[in-house]
Design a binder for this molecule. Sequence first.
Ligand SMILES: Cc1cc2nc3c(=O)[nH]c(=O)nc-3n(C[C@H](O)[C@H](O)[C@H](O)COP(=O)(O)O)c2cc1C
Length: 154
Amino acid sequence: MKKINIKNFKKTLSKFATGITVVCIKNNNTIYGKTVNSFNSLSLNPPMVLFSLGNYSSSIKQFSKTKFLSINILSSKQRKLSDNFASSTPKIENINFIEGKNKTVIIPNCIANLECKLMDKIKKGDHIIFICKILELQSNNKLKPLLYFNSKYF
Ligand SMILES: Cc1cc2nc3c(=O)[nH]c(=O)nc-3n(C[C@H](O)[C@H](O)[C@H](O)COP(=O)(O)O)c2cc1C
C-alpha cells in the first residue's frame, strides 16, 4: 500500500468514475455556480441527495446560507460549463438560466436537473456536506452524460 498524503489520496480517488454536476444558487439576485462531482443519492423516501464543498471555496459563505439550490447534471456536450464553474471567476452572462419553481436557477440542456431544499449541513474535515431534499426533477433520455475519470473528461 502507498503512503497516505494529499497527492496519493487524490490520485486514488480519481480512479472512481463519476458524472459531473453544477450546483447553482441565487442570492440577492446574484447567481453562483460550482462544478461538483461529490454528488450522490442519499435517500429514496424522502428523496434526498448530498454533495460536499470545500470550506476553502471562494463562495462557501453564499452556499452555506442558501435555502434552495439546483443540481444540474451535465451532458457530454457541456464540458465547457464544467470548466467554467470550476473557475473562481465563472462567466454567467451567456447562460440562459431557467427560473425554477423554488427560487432556483436551472441550467438548460442538461441530462438532468434537480430543484432542492437545503435540509442540513455537516462539517467534516475540510469540507461541508450539503444534504438536500428534492422538490422537482427532470431528465433527458436522449443525451449522454459528461463523465470524469483519472482527472479527465470522457
Ligand atoms: C470535475 C470537477 C469536480 C469537482 N468537484 C468538487 C466537489 O465535489 N466539491 C468541491 O468543493 N469542489 C469541487 N471541484 C472544484 C470546484 O469546482 C472549484 O474549482 C473549487 O471550489 C475552487 O474554486 P472556488 O475557490 O472559486 O470555489 C470540482 C472540480 C472539477 C473540475
